[in-house]
Design a protein. Sequence first.
Length: 35
Amino acid sequence: MPSSHNGHISITGVSKYYGRHKALDDVSLEIPRAR
């Protein structure tokens, strides 16, 4: 039970966390490339 619950929360948390981080990473990489 805890494994399934943890996995579900982990996936959602990681998705949101990585989604924001990836967006920031993309912007950070795009800024220097545009210059």
